[in-house]
Design a protein around this ligand. Sequence first.
Ligand SMILES: Cc1cc2nc3c(=O)[nH]c(=O)nc-3n(C[C@H](O)[C@H](O)[C@H](O)COP(=O)(O)OP(=O)(O)OC[C@H]3O[C@@H](n4cnc5c(N)ncnc54)[C@H](O)[C@@H]3O)c2cc1C
Length: 392
Amino acid sequence: MTTPLDRMADFDLSEEQRQIRASVREFAEKEILPYVEQYEQEEKYPLELIAKLPPLGLMGPMIPEEYGGSFSDVVSYGIICEELARVDWVVASVVSVSNSLCAGSISRFGTDEQKQRWLPGIANGEVICSACLTEPGGGTDLGNMRTTATKVDGGYRLNGTKVFISHAAHASLFFVVASIDLEKKHKGVTAFLVDPRATEGIRIGDFPMRTLKRDNLAEVSFVDAFVPEECVLGEPGRGFPVLGSALDTGRFSVAARCVGQAQRCLDLALPYALDREAFGRSIGEFQLIQQKISDMTCRVQTARNVVYQLGRMKDAGVERCSMESSMAKLLSSQAAVQNALDGMQIFGGYSCTAEYEIGRLLLEAKSLEFGEGTSELHTKIIAETMLGARKG
Ligand SMILES: Cc1cc2nc3c(=O)[nH]c(=O)nc-3n(C[C@H](O)[C@H](O)[C@H](O)COP(=O)(O)OP(=O)(O)OC[C@H]3O[C@@H](n4cnc5c(N)ncnc54)[C@H](O)[C@@H]3O)c2cc1C
C-alpha cells in the first residue's frame, strides 16, 4: 500500500531512484528483517545477512562500475542506506562504513594499485571494512589522537589503541588514522589502508556494549604493527583532508540511516496506535497520541528532505559540503532518537518488552547520534560556518 508519506518521499526522485527504493525495501523486508532479532539475541554478527547484499549490487553503491561497483548517483546511495537501516543497523552500517569511509576515500585519494587491490573485493563482498578512528582518550577531538606511525625502513610501525570499532573481527581492510608526529597535531595525521589478516601486531579484543551486541564492536590494538609504505592513503601528514572527505560522505550515509530508523519507528507506531485500545477506543483516537504521530511524520520527512538535498549537492559536484553534512547528520539523528522516544511512548510498557522492536531502536538511534560526529560537534560546525570562523 502506498501511503501519503511514501508519495512525498518519492516526489522529485527519478524513476530509477524510485525503483531502487522499491526493490531495496522489498529485499530488506523479506531477506533481512525477519532474522535481525535472532542475531541480536544470539549476539551473533549477521554475516549470512551481509552475504545477501553483493549479488544485488548493495555492497558497492559508491564504487564505480569499472571496479565492480554499482554506483549510479549519491542520492541513490542514500536511499539504499535509508532502506537498509529501516530494517537493520548492522547491515546498513557495513554498507556505509565500507562505501563512505573506505571505498570513497580510496576512490578519491588512492593510487591505481590501491583501487585495484581493494575496490572490487569490497563490491563483491569479499572485503568487509572497518574504520579505526576513535581512541580511548576521545573520539570528537580526532586531531588529538595518540596512535603513532613511526617511520622505519620500507614503511611504518603503528602503536596505539582504537575503540568502538564496528565489524573489526570480520574485516579484512582497516582504514586507520595515526600520527607521524604527535606534536604537529592534525598536520601529523596520516591515513593507512591496513590488511589486519596479513599484519603482525594487531590485536582485536572485546568491547562490550549494552546494545548492538550483534555488531561485536571491538577494541583494536596496534603493537609495533609493521605496514609497508604503499599502505599510506594520500600523503604522509596529509591524512586530515582524507579523513575530512571520508567523514563528509560518512555523515551523509549515517544521516540517511537515521532517516530509515526514524521511518521505522513511525511504521511500527501507526498500526499499534490503531489496534491498541484504552477507555473503549483505539489509542490513535486520542489527541495526545495523534500529536506524536504528527510530530514523528513531520520529523522524518524534514530530515529526509535535508539528507536528499545534501545528496543532490554531491551529485552536482560540490566536493566539500561540511555544513550541509552537519545539518543533515544533526537533524536526522535527532529525528531518529525522538521518533524512537515517541514510538516507545505509544507502545507504553510494551516498548520495554522483548516482544517489540521499538525499545531496541532507541539505543540504536542514540548510537547514531554519536557516530561520525556528535550533535554538539555538528552544532559547533554549523554555527562556526555561519559566523565565518570556518569554511563550509
Ligand atoms: C555503536 C557505535 C559504533 C561505533 N563505531 C565506530 C567505528 O566503527 N569506528 C570508530 O572509529 N568509532 C566508532 N564509534 C565511536 C564514535 O565515533 C564516538 O563515540 C564519537 O566520535 C564520540 O566520541 P566519544 O564517545 O569519545 O565522546 P567524546 O569525544 O569523549 O565526547 C563526550 C561528550 O563531549 C561532547 N564534546 C566533545 N567536544 C565538544 C566540544 N568542543 N563542544 C561541546 N561538546 C563537546 C561530545 O559531543 C559528547 O557529548 C562508534 C560508536 C558507537 C556508539
